[in-house]
Design a protein around this ligand. Sequence first.
Ligand code: GTP
Ligand code: MG
Length: 228
Amino acid sequence: MSEAPRRFYDLQMSSPSTSKNDATDQNFDYMFKLLIIGNSAVGKTSFLFRYADDSFTSAFVSTVGIDFKVKTVQRNNKRVKLQIWDTAGQERYRTITTAYYRGAMGFILMYDITNEDSFNAVQDWATQIKTYSWDSAQVMLVANKADMENERVVSTERGEELARQLGFDFFETSAKENLNVSASFDRLVDVICDKMAESLEESAQAASTGTQNLHDVGQSENKPPCSC
Ligand code: GTP
Ligand code: MG
């Protein structure tokens, strides 16, 4: 049986809920902070458990506050350590969860294909990202529970169209049947790497044309040294 999801108050007391190796592993080229957001019960915790531990449970234990897991992946010959934050979808935790948006390089914004409300809420979640995170954060729109075809109320086309309007990549997934879970994270890591490469190029260009000011220089020094 898989372990119960960790709670917000557990975070102050203990180390991340992942294998000790991943959490303490210092052997990586980049570290990306990612967040999973979306309405309650869409499957955020299940998605993370599937990705990090390859486990799934049909029991629903709603997340309290926020939790995280760490996973290190190999992409384009680089070791990328992912710190993945699993947020509570319930409205009453919104103040806590939005405080964690700052510094996130990528978001998995999830809805449930069997739940119209969760799809209608995507626009609001996208606005929250715009409000609380930095401009360059990358977003995957993820339509979960694709295994429940008989109960589907949101078509693939509607999902694709919304993703296009919002400028996000789109995946239909199933945490239960392990469909497109790793693919969603892999794509998110790749687009973050692309974005990093782009901004480094812009910095280099600005420096060579002499348009960079001291403030920009300070910022670029804080960025990772090269793209993946
Ligand atoms: P909050 O923590 O309240 O925000 O919810 P959550 O988004 O983390 O949802 P959670 O992962 O706890 O899943 C809610 C319910 O949906 C649980 O009963 C899961 O077993 C179920 N579930 C999650 N993903 C899938 C899926 O891909 N397919 C099916 N059939 N059920 C799923
Ligand atoms: Mg949860």
